[in-house]
Design a protein around this ligand. Sequence first.
Ligand code: CTP
Ligand code: MG
Length: 211
Amino acid sequence: MSASGRVAGLVPAAGAGLRLGGGIPKAWRPLAGRPMVAYAVDVLAAVCDVVVVATPPGYEADGAVNVLGGATRAASVRAMLAALPPDVAYVLVHDAARPYAPISLASRVLAALRSGERAVVPVLPVVDTVKLVDAASYVLETPDRAMLRAVQTPQGFERALLDEAHASAADATDDAGLVEALGVRVLTVAGDELAGKITTPADLVAASGLR
Ligand code: CTP
Ligand code: MG
């Protein structure tokens, strides 16, 4: 893989935002006067040669190639991969729902790709103890917290590898999970506290004032 290959930024933004509510797709909810998706586009545009957004029907993102998203996040990523020019060597996939992720985070992920890694995800240590539970709500196991990480975006991949990972019609909320299923090693790099995902109204309240 060439260290100078062209880079595409993909923004899955076609979700309905049902948990956030508000009657419009989450990525088009205004934050400080701009649709949430605009922040993800800006961050990727700072480090990528082309930015593609997967949109819900009837919505458009400025400053990016727009493609119609699919019924799942994975289907939306597949629609964007299908729209990429052939000379793209690296892909960064970044949720529209993480509007405060800094450019430095995207740069860190891309630098690891350019240094030869095939798949790179930003992570943070997990602060809460995490339990594995069964269907009846009984604890099965307590994984060692020191080995757990919470995963963020942008996640970075060799373009050919992500194409292969998405070749099946599998659904996944996490692109790296599809790459892991191929048996390919995924490198973790430091995430950023600002890159948290906005999922519920409480997340929006917690995030107000960040930008
Ligand atoms: N996404 C997408 N296409 C889908 C579903 C989700 O592009 N069919 C995108 C969302 O727009 C979001 C990202 O994937 O940027 C992460 O998904 P999530 O946080 O679950 O957002 P929504 O699916 O919009 O929210 P909800 O699950 O609450 O409806
Ligand atoms: Mg969703």
